[in-house]
Ligand binder design. Structure first.
Ligand code: AVJ
Length: 328
């Protein structure tokens, strides 16, 4: 069976644009300019991210894929070990990796339904269609909306045990404060017997990490610079994107990959929806993304701090990536 619930409204479209404009205005008015990585994922940005997942240097996707193929039996058994459940996939996207677990759960005759959650209605429609083709016996109910709107909706409409997924090192986009608040909020929607599986990219050779965010074909650069194209398209900006460049930097002490957009000359840019013109000095940077890297010790600590216990850690053969199963 297949169902889609769309929590977004026509008004949420207008207010999303207003929020984007306000965030751009604030971010480009600061001394250290910044734009949020949240805004990478318009249609074009999502297409470019799909492409990144196939870039040879971007080891994250293939590593997590390796984790799932290697440990599919154990992961599925752990999930199903406490009885019936809803499998809730936060930020499901095309769910390529989740599908490995779905197939295994079906093989094990586990009693569950699949609830992919994503902000992109197009992605959820496409996913449901693909799942119905590939796994017709799967019960799925997609929810289109923000993670926490979806969790509120699920509290009311889908009671019962839940296993939550937050894959792909999406948690790495949060700084430590944002991560605490995310985990606390997720925890508040969980009860004893529920589980949370979190994908985390691990600290490793800095060159390997750096190459993943500065690939030779320039796909990551295009992904980053698409943010300026998006401002041009949606907010009436006049960025001459060729006068900016992508720059990636890894800090091995903080374990964080940082992405920037650098202005290659003195220039000014007007963004109609903000009613403002912004000045850029030559070589001035806009910070656009944090991608935090983890250690197993950190995985344990952030769990403990937020009421989660590490039940099992699954890794790929290179130990590049970990999927950490938390119980509450
Ligand atoms: C989707 C947030 C996991 O940080 O690795 C890929 C996004 N940015 N290349 C990441 C991204 C540049 C990605 N996440």
């Amino acid at each position: 069976t297949l169902q889609i619930t769309d929590l977004s409204t026509p008004e949420s479209g207008t207010s999303a644009r207003a929020r984007f404009a306000a965030d751009v205005k604030k971010g480009l008015s600061q001394h250290d300019k910044q734009l949020s990585s949240r805004y990478f994922y318009d249609g074009e940005g999502s297409r470019l991210f799909q492409k990144i997942m196939h870039v040879p240097e971007y080891y994250l996707t293939s590593s997590e894929h390796d984790v799932f193929t290697t440990h599919r039996q154990t992961i599925a058994r752990q999930m199903a070990s406490q009885g019936d459940f809803h499998l809730i996939d936060l930020g499901a996207g095309d769910a390529t990796k989740t599908r490995i677990i779905l197939e295994e759960l079906l093989e094990q005759n586990a009693a569950f339904d699949y609830v992919p959650v994503d902000i992109s209605g197009d992605a959820m429609a496409e996913l449901c269609e693909n799942l119905q083709q590939a796994l017709p016996e799967l019960h799925s109910h997609a929810v289109v909306g923000d993670y926490f709107d979806a969790l509120d909706w699920l509290d009311e409409h889908k009671p019962g045990r839940r296993v939550l997924l937050f894959l792909g090192s999406n948690i790495g986009n949060f700084n430590p404060e944002e991560r605490q608040s995310f985990l606390q909020k997720v925890r508040s929607h969980m009860r004893s017997g529920d589980m949370l599986l979190v994908g985390m990219d691990l600290c490793k050779e800095p060159e390997t990490i750096l190459r993943a965010y500065d690939d030779a074909a320039g796909v990551t650069a295009a992904f980053n610079l698409n943010l300026l194209h998006r401002i041009n398209r949606e907010l009436g900006g006049n960025f001459i994107v060729e006068q900016f460049k992508h720059f990636a930097l890894y800090n091995p002490q903080k374990g964080v990959m940082k992405s920037f957009i650098i202005s290659q000359q003195d220039q000014e840019v007007t963004v109609q929806a903000t009613g403002q013109t912004f000045q850029f000095k030559a070589w001035e940077a806009i910070h656009t993304e944090n991608s935090y890297k983890f250690t197993l010790a950190l995985a344990e600590t952030i769990g403990q701090e937020n009421g989660f216990e590490v039940k099992q850690v699954f890794q790929d053969k290179n130990q590049y990536f970990a999927d950490v199963l938390y119980a509450v």
